[in-house]
Design a binder for this molecule. Structure first.
Ligand SMILES: [Zn+2]
Ligand SMILES: [Zn+2]
Length: 157
């Protein structure tokens, strides 16, 4: 059990994370900046079946990506606030927006990615790994998280 509950702005969608996530990304890429209207996005990577929907309904909307691979942002059907993403059509893995948690401070970034487009006034902490683009999860994720990820993908790609 965890107390990691969250929801959209209007309160229609409520969810609970059944455990802590496998890893937390802070992404500074231009796509995330544009999609959030902010400096970066905070995504908690967690198995889809550990995101327990308590009320409401999240609807997918597709956004274009540089790679052409699908990216769907799931939004409250009423207030349209983004709650989580699914990348590459991998339905078993959700990228939950940390800012939608009731306690947004409950999770903090394990890694900063796409730092090459980080806004210049954002200062990163020295004790958290940061990468110009993406990173090798096999080198960074704790063993337990890699094990959980293998349960989704069969192997770590
Ligand atoms: Zn809503
Ligand atoms: Zn990004």
């Amino acid at each position: 059990m965890s107390d990691l509950e969250g929801g959209c702005a209007c309160g229609t969608v409520r969810y609970r994370l059944a455990s802590r996530p496998m890893f937390v990304h802070c992404c500074h890429c231009r796509d995330c900046q544009r999609q959030t209207g902010s400096a970066f996005v905070l995504n908690a990577l967690i198995e889809a079946d550990r995101v327990v929907l308590l009320s409401g309904n999240a609807e997918a909307s597709a956004v274009p990506t540089p790679s052409g691979k699908p990216h769907e942002i799931y939004r409250c059907s009423s207030c349209r606030v983004a709650l989580w993403s699914i990348y590459g059509g991998v339905q078993k893995l959700r990228f939950v927006r940390v800012g939608t948690l009731d306690d947004a401070a409950a999770l903090k970034p394990d890694v900063h990615i796409y730092v090459r487009s980080k806004l210049p006034w954002v200062t990163l902490p020295e004790n958290v790994p940061a990468f110009d683009s993406y990173y090798d999860s096999r080198k960074l994720w704790p063993a337990e998280s890699l094990q959980r990820r293998r349960a989704i993908f069969g192997e770590v790609p």
